[in-house]
Design a protein around this ligand. Structure first.
Ligand SMILES: [Fe+2]
Length: 735
């Protein structure tokens, strides 16, 4: 596209602020690409989200395989059609076949565990069915497990033993989704497990199924943070919706093919491919687009300050106690985590003042740690100012890189993905009758599945090969950051100027969620209180599986030495502001450690609840929704803006072999990501930013409360004035 077609006068210097702003705004619109993948019959395709690989995804390209795949799909369609036909032929009527209760089906449901039985599973919906020789269903009993997991389903022995019945089944049902009709939530149940009961054994007063140890939303015992156990196929404890899978596949194929082409070329003739060529093969991103019209602008101080404030990183500004009007942003590098010898990742501290327009002006950058292979002091600090060109330009790039690493590993993966999952597991395990289930589930679904995929592709795949930390180091870091996440006392980022639009938008969204949650609770107060026991167990699961407060648990402490202790204190203090974590709050002690998540209630029933418990529950729900929707969306959708140009920012710069190390220009490809990492990086940022599905206002699956969407709609213009498109805010964390 030419400048003429945009009707923009060429601007080559940033002294023309209005035209610069016009170009930036147009570049934002221009790079919001929604390219289509037509998909003719023999176009390559992919089987599903779990087949995505950072190397070579299992893409189906051969015509024979496509044909076999097509035949299999036809079989699946036929099977689904048969299931629907069968369901209409033999409907499951709700009437219960019982003349006289003279026996009971009894037993107990508990969570399976590695070391003996887990906690009881309460309020599981249970049914007993018989099936006749002609295939008709007869419901024999219905009930649910009690608070201690025990169940006792009454039934009529004569009905159950009728000669017409061929088989008897015991079924466990669970809530699989919530959908809204006329603003009212409806819980959809599906059969989760079904087991046969021997008909001839149904004699006497009761039939005992004994203790059923179920892998129901089971916590992973081997994980360093609260995680759900996901099965080998990646489709349990929950499933992606079909729309989610289709949306991802439609967008991912073109970029997958680009990556495959690069990987083949790197294998066969690496000298024929370069970083600019890789870059050119992917869709234009925000910085490359701006560079087209304003060469050098994205490497200047104005853009640096603007993106540190309102870009993907949305930095946390700490006031300088000694210099009024000065602010610091910090990004932490390798610290004491297990790391490799290939990539540099120093700590970064940037001092800003504010310009007249309220945007930050960088004044100094401090880099602490190894900048080259020849450095050996991890605590050495170098200071650069705008007078120190060209090192100032190099230092800004290093700051962007450590910033991107921090944002991805800490804010994005730990602060939103893992954080949302700890609420998801506790929610699905415990909330069944309480209306709070309908409030939370639409926003917490699918996060366990996408995190499972990220274990292999991101933490155990791309990031550990494209940055300084090993997988072990990354997992420990995620755990430490989870040790700074708590719902209690959380508030959005406070704006420091009129130009701090990202913080203003965050405050506005927080207000919307607050209003939505308040009204939801006011309308369902009685039922929420009636089923308070579920809130108690929800809170207990959250607290009991929460990680210790950062750096305090066994194995979580920094190494010995004053320098490390000082760094740990700097990090802890900074994170307290960044994640709004109040270390002075009284928190639960478990196994000799203080847990990061605050308790919502200590009462098993509403009658015993404390005076703050009602507000605690509302605050925890508001926080969980905020994390899974707005906070995740912000980073996820801006990844391609700020991490979509290889030489502008990446997950790690390589040391190279020169004494200058990473303090070198962008055309020194020895310090840039290698070719494999370059194409993988653009594949990832495209994948993550462009395959979003499940938006609050679009409500594709009727799973979002329309009232929530309306509250957002009412503020559409106000959000737009802050640069936020309400239609782009996701309802859940699923990519
Ligand atoms: Fe994400």
């Amino acid at each position: 596209m030419s400048l003429d077609s945009l009707n923009i006068d060429p601007v080559t210097t940033p002294e023309d602020p209005e035209h610069v702003r016009e170009i930036i705004d147009r570049a934002k619109r221009e790079t919001r690409i929604e390219y289509e993948y037509g998909g003719s019959f023999f176009k390559p395709r992919m089987k599903g989200i779990n087949h995505l690989e950072v190397g070579r995804s299992k893409i189906i390209a051969s015509p024979l395989t496509i044909m076999i795949e097509w035949l299999y799909l036809q079989y699946e369609h036929l099977r689904d059609a048969w299931d629907r036909f069968s369901a209409s032929l033999w409907p499951r009527h709700p009437d219960i076949w019982c003349d006289r209760v003279d026996s009971h089906l009894v037993g107990r449901t508990v969570f399976a565990g590695n070391r003996g039985d887990g906690a009881p599973i309460h309020h599981l919906h249970l049914e007993m069915w018989g099936r006749t020789w002609l295939g008709n269903w007869r419901r024999l009993s219905v009930g649910r497990s009690d608070k201690d997991g025990y169940f006792r389903l009454p039934f009529d022995v004569r009905q159950a033993r009728r000669i017409a019945l061929r088989r008897i089944y015991f079924e466990i049902h669970t809530t699989t989704r919530v959908y809204f009709h006329e603003d009212q939530p409806n819980m959809h149940f599906d059969i989760w497990r079904r087991q046969k009961v021997k008909k001839s054994d149904l004699i006497g007063m009761e039939y005992n199924l004994r203790t059923l140890r179920l892998d129901f939303w089971r916590y992973r015992e081997d994980a360093m943070t609260p995680r759900a156990m996901v099965n080998e196929n990646g489709d349990e404890p929950e499933h992606y919706s079909k729309g989610r899978v289709d949306a991802l596949m439609a967008q991912v194929i073109p970029i997958e093919l680009t990556k495959l082409k690069h990987l083949e070329q790197i294998d066969l003739a690496p000298g024929t491919l370069s970083i600019p060529e890789i870059q050119a093969d992917y869709p234009e991103n925000l910085t490359t687009c701006i560079e087209k019209y304003l060469p050098g602008y994205t490497r200047g101080d104005d853009w640096f300050g603007e993106r540190m404030m309102n870009g993907m990183n949305r930095g946390c500004f700490q006031p300088d106690p000694d210099r009024p009007g000065n602010w610091w942003i910090r990004y932490f590098g390798t610290c004491w985590y297990d790391c490799n010898e290939i990539y540099a990742l120093p700590d970064v501290a940037i001092r800003f003042t504010l310009r007249e327009n309220g945007l930050p002006k960088p004044e100094e950058i401090q880099l602490t740690g190894k900048l080259s292979r020849f450095d050996d002091d991890p605590h050495q600090t170098r200071i650069y100012t705008p007078e120190d060109e060209p090192n100032w330009t190099y230092a800004k790039r290093v700051a962007r890189v450590t910033g991107a690493f921090n944002t991805e590993v800490e804010e994005h993966f730990s602060g939103t993905h893992l954080n949302a999952e700890q609420f998801a597991v506790a929610c699905y395990r415990n909330l069944k009758l309480n209306p709070v289930a309908a409030l939370l589930m639409p926003h917490l679904k699918e996060v366990s599945l996408i995190n499972h995929a990220a274990d292999n592709t991101l933490i155990g795949g791309y990031i550990q090969s494209a940055s300084a930390l090993t997988q072990e180091g990354l997992e420990q870091r995620c755990r430490d950051i989870m040790g700074m996440q708590d719902w209690k006392g959380w508030e959005p980022m406070a704006p420091i100027s009129e130009a701090h639009t990202c913080a203003q938008a965050e405050v506005m969204f927080w207000d919307v969620v607050g209003q939505y949650v308040d009204e939801f609770f006011a309308n369902r107060e009685e039922q929420i209180k009636e089923h308070w026991f579920e809130i108690y167990t929800f809170s207990e699961d959250l607290v009991n599986h929460s990680v210790p407060v950062a750096f305090t648990g066994p194995g979580d402490t920094p190494p010995d030495g004053d320098d490390w202790a000082a760094l740990a204190k700097t990090r802890f203090d900074y994170y307290c502001q960044q994640y709004c974590f109040d270390p002075t709050l009284a928190r639960a002690e478990m196994d000799g450690t203080t847990r990061a998540i605050s308790r919502i209630t200590s009462a098993e029933s509403w009658a015993e609840a404390g005076p703050d418990d009602w507000q605690n529950l509302k605050d925890a729900c508001r926080y969980a929704i905020m994390v899974a929707t707005y906070l995740h969306t912000w980073i996820n959708e801006h990844q391609y803006d700020d991490l979509g140009e290889i030489l502008y920012a990446c997950g790690g710069l390589r040391f190279g072999d020169k004494p200058s190390g990473i303090m070198a220009p962008e055309d020194d490809y020895d310090i840039a990501p290698d070719l494999v990492r370059s194409t993988q990086m653009l594949w990832f940022t495209n994948l993550l930013s462009r395959t979003e599905y499940g938006f609050i206002t679009r409500n594709e699956e009727n799973d979002v409360n329309p009232h929530f969407a309306r509250l957002l709609e009412e503020r559409r213009d106000a959000f737009a004035a802050l640069g936020v498109d309400v239609d782009a805010i996701e309802s859940r964390t699923n990519i």
